[in-house]
Design a protein around this ligand. Sequence first.
Ligand code: C5P
Length: 236
Amino acid sequence: MIIAIDGPAGSGKSTLAKNLARALGWIYLDTGAMYRALALQAQRMGIEPDDAERLSGLAQQIVLELRREADGEQRIHLNGEDITHAIRTPTISDLASRISVHKGVRNAMVAKQRALALQGSGLVAEGRDTTTVVFPNADLKIYLTASPEERARRHQHQLQLQGIEVPYEQVLREIQERDQRDRMRAESPLMEAPDAVRIVNDGWTKEQTLAYALELCRQRLGLTTPESLYGRSTTP
Ligand code: C5P
């Protein structure tokens, strides 16, 4: 069974996908981490981000594994090496978004994502094209979104936790610019699948978003999880 989650930057889709996968005991397919892993390997090999041919070849060659460790955390391995933390740097974020525009790269990644889906019995896939391109027949599609203002507030708060002060107006402007770029790009632009359930989570905590999604899973897919996971009374 496959649940696919998409939505704009800052909507909390990674958090929801991770929490949902944990609650259901399923695999969390973090497609962004896969593009980041490729970016890391390309950087190590000195491949330029615009070298579509070498990057596409590399995307086919690398071996990526998602492993759930004893502590319950999921890790990503690149050619056998745990790179979970190494891919969370600003440089890799930037490189990942630049290499992900190449068609050959995307084709190779989509093939890997579908192959990973065949390995487990349940999968929560999250990322830009998961509801439209990778898993158009997903059992449940969620489009998670929030207003640009709400997403800017969350992002500013995250930056503050890292000791970085950025004016709210600037964070909001950057979010709006990124939305525009994501919607306009040629390869796999941000799109709301017509059959996706739209969740607008302005003012909600991550627990409330999870509870809402779990209720949706119960109603649409007949999936049940422990009552203790339901933290909110809202019903879909
Ligand atoms: O989601 P995350 O920030 O980890 O993704 C890193 C980059 O990979 C994104 O900025 C995006 O350009 C790219 N990406 C993509 N398609 C996906 C997931 C991520 O193009 N399905």
